[in-house]
Design a binder for this molecule. Structure first.
Ligand SMILES: Cc1cc2nc3c(=O)[nH]c(=O)nc-3n(C[C@H](O)[C@H](O)[C@H](O)COP(=O)(O)OP(=O)(O)OC[C@H]3O[C@@H](n4cnc5c(N)ncnc54)[C@H](O)[C@@H]3O)c2cc1C
Length: 87
């Protein structure tokens, strides 16, 4: 049995949202697959209808922590950076 039926490489956020909405069954975002693909291969996640790959979308390649969130406040007190970039 295939772990997924359809793989879609999204061009931008709007494209990704349309692909999620258009899926006939369960759709999951995928950013690298280091967690999700292993979980499916090892039977810890059921096969999905559609994988929507967001790894080519620039906005999906960074993580920004906004002031006001509990994590950001904690980081403020520790004097750590408020910005992280995964790209
Ligand atoms: C050998 C190995 C070593 C590792 N070592 C470390 C380590 O040292 N430190 C550490 O922190 N982690 C580590 N990890 C864990 C892994 O690298 C992280 O959890 C990483 O963040 C997975 O990112 P991914 O983009 O591959 O996730 P994926 O497998 O693509 O996705 C994981 C989950 O997030 C969802 N998802 C993906 N993108 C989005 C999105 N944009 N919005 C909402 N949901 C989304 C998916 O649907 C899925 O449920 C390791 C993993 C492996 C296999």
């Amino acid at each position: 049995m295939a772990l997924w039926e359809n793989y879609y490489l999204a061009r931008d956020i709007s494209d990704a949202l349309q692909a999620l909405a258009a899926a006939k069954g369960e759709a999951r975002l995928i950013a690298g697959g280091t967690d999700l693909l292993l979980e499916m291969q090892h039977g810890r996640h059921t096969p999905v209808d559609t994988l929507v790959d967001v790894s080519s979308i620039p906005e999906m390649r960074r993580l920004e922590i906004q002031p006001g969130s509990s994590n950001a406040d904690e980081r403020d007190q520790q004097g750590s950076s408020m910005f992280m970039c995964a790209a």
